[in-house]
Design a protein around this ligand. Structure first.
Ligand SMILES: C[S@@+](CC[C@H](N)C(=O)[O-])C[C@H]1O[C@@H](n2cnc3c(N)ncnc32)[C@H](O)[C@@H]1O
Length: 243
């Protein structure tokens, strides 16, 4: 993990305030897909954040609960229309429990990678399994490492205008599978650094984590609209059900 980085301080007040400024654009597609598995009942989002997906899913008639590590992200969720109605616990998705079970538990936007050890990621799968109704599913959406990694050190240009540049500066360790990233924003208001470390998981490793949690892969696609998953897919949507 990157020197000087503390996981508990990422997603602090500044990041939380700016989080929804540049949405991914997949929110409605994700909500429609997930609503099918929630069977118009309840769902639990691990790492619910500011409710980027949970709030559109709630509009499909699903009662969405959440577990989220950052109280700042939860505060931002609370300020949004409908955000105060959701049951959200501040805690670690690998350990915390809501005390309920659900037809659907889900974890999107590469966030399973925010847990920095293989043991912790397995614990997260086990915790998801613990929250499932009989026949319930755990849906994970993440980018496969090969779609992301371009060597041991690489820079992506995230945004480029005449007055401001946002760069994503990355360092990847093939042995630990840890990706250290620093989002660097340069503009008239100065320089901002937003560091984050992740532990990337191969889809096959993820399937074994699910097996250790008593689940098995029942469906995998390359997007929220049933796209075929292959080596050129930018992400995978994996559905794990009872083994
Ligand atoms: C990329 S954001 C995703 C938020 C939301 N799911 C979305 O799709 O917009 C990652 C979120 O994961 C949360 N997080 C990181 N590690 C966590 C953990 N161990 N347990 C619960 N939440 C965690 C962060 O605080 C942050 O809100």
């Amino acid at each position: 993990m990157m020197e000087g980085f503390h996981p508990e301080t990422s997603f602090g007040p500044d990041t939380a305030r700016r989080y929804d400024d540049h949405l991914r654009g997949d929110e409605e597609a994700a909500a429609s897909f997930l609503a099918g598995y929630a069977r118009h009942g309840r769902a639990l989002e691990f790492a619910i954040g500011t409710g980027r997906v949970a709030l559109p899913l709630a509009e499909h008639g699903v009662r969405v609960d959440g577990i989220e590590l950052s109280p700042h992200m939860v505060s931002r969720l609370r300020e949004k229309p409908g955000g105060a109605d959701l049951d959200v616990i501040v805690g670690d998705m690998a350990a915390e429990t809501t005390g309920r079970t659900y037809p659907l538990v889900y974890l999107v936007y590469n966030t399973v990678y925010n847990i920095l050890t293989q043991e912790g990621q397995i614990a997260c799968f086990r915790n998801a399994a613990r929250h499932l109704d009989e026949g319930g599913v755990f849906v994970v959406e993440a980018a496969p490492p090969w779609a992301w990694i371009r060597g041991e050190r690489f820079v992506n240009v995230e945004r480029l205008t005449a007055g401001a540049v946002t760069l994503d500066v990355n360092q990847y360790d093939h042995v630990t599978q840890i990706l250290d990233e620093n989002h660097v924003s340069l503009g008239a208001d100065g320089i901002r650094l937003e560091p984050i470390s992740c532990r990337l998981i191969w889809p096959s490793e993820m399937d074994l984590m699910a097996r250790l949690a008593g689940l098995r892969l029942v469906e995998r696609s390359g997007g929220w609209n049933g796209e075929r998953f292959d080596a050129s897919s930018p992400l995978h949507v994996s559905v794990y059900g009872p083994a």
